[in-house]
Write a protein that binds this ligand. Sequence first.
Ligand code: PRP
Ligand code: MN
Ligand code: MG
Length: 183
Amino acid sequence: MSMHDDIKNVLVTEEELKAKVADLGAQISRDYAGKNLLLVSILKGAVVFMADLMRAVTIPCSIDFMVVSSYGGTNTQTTGLVKIVKDLDADLTGKDVLIVEDILDTGVTLSNLVPMLKMRNPSSVKICAILDKPTRRKADIQPDYEGFQVPDEFVVGYGLDYNEKYRNLPYVGVLKPHVYERA
Ligand code: PRP
Ligand code: MN
Ligand code: MG
């Protein structure tokens, strides 16, 4: 029994991810040349993309990690919906912060987090997301750097989970409905 048996179809292959990450790394290296780049990964989903992207960046940079949890509200309130579970170690003063995310879905997480980080006097705060699900957006936010747009399906892999599993799939795929329907 393999994880792959639970995948209905592949949306983004390992090769496509690799090529896109190389492009993004090159673009970021040009845009942030001479700046004070700090890559901030939001655990856990962004761990795979972070590990790949940081090695595709060819300029000096630092890295840091954050854990946030959503309060899971269903309203459209734009503040107070995100709790910082593990904060950054880095002082953001004068840093050019690039948030590294696996997916921008409703946008609630980052639309709350970005203003919180901007209060810490960074030089800039931008977003790099390898996946974007624009049809699900509730908040007015979009990635500054984006990999692939995906349809509103149950996507897993390359860091994205279902019930904490499938994060280690090397591609992005759609889960077979029976996997979540039997749960
Ligand atoms: C997922 C994903 C993003 C966020 C996007 O994380 O990794 O961080 O949701 O959703 P949004 O745009 O609707 O706010 P999740 O909270 O599932 O935690 P995980 O990264 O540990 O899986
Ligand atoms: Mn996440
Ligand atoms: Mg998750």
